[in-house]
Write a protein of this length. Structure first.
Length: 155
């Protein structure tokens, strides 16, 4: 699989941007006075970018193509909206690393469930002992990090 290193690097870059969504969007929220307007602005910018790439390369999807998508798939918009507003509100109060630590644990658990059961039409990739140990090690590391953060808050 030659594309794997490139895909891994691309995933790494997208992951590096995840904490910046809340950090940068909270700056817009401070300027405009509320996090909901900040999210609307952020998603308008994202829409312009996506449309600017999609329309010239692929054209607009037809009504039939839109109708053919499984209805639960449209929930992705609700999920990213919830994530963005959560990050915008929580990061300034909790800190970027702590917010992402809890997001990471939730992502790992959700991903493991999707893989284990092949949810939403994904290929089934059952958990094995190696993956469970890896998930446990990451969770333990995050717990240690958060214990340190809680101690710092009490001082």
């Amino acid at each position: 699989m030659r594309a794997y290193p490139l895909l891994a690097f691309w995933a790494f870059l997208s992951g590096a941007g995840i904490p910046l969504i809340g950090v940068l969007n909270s700056g817009i929220a401070r300027s405009v006075g509320n996090p909901f307007a900040a999210n609307a602005i952020m998603f308008a910018v994202a829409l312009l970018l996506a449309a600017g790439i999609t329309v010239p390369l692929y054209g607009l999807p037809s009504g039939a193509q839109l109708a053919a998508a499984p209805w639960p798939s449209y929930g992705a918009g609700l999920i990213i909206g919830f994530y963005a507003i959560s990050a915008t509100i929580i990061i300034p109060r909790m800190g970027t690393a702590s917010f992402i630590a809890f997001v990471l644990i939730a992502q790992l658990l959700t991903s493991a469930l999707v893989d284990q059961f092949g949810l939403f039409g994904m290929v089934r990739r059952p958990l094995d002992l190696t993956r469970l140990i890896g998930l446990g090690a990451i969770a333990a590391g995050i717990m240690v990090m958060e214990i340190g953060n809680l101690r710092n808050l009490k001082s």
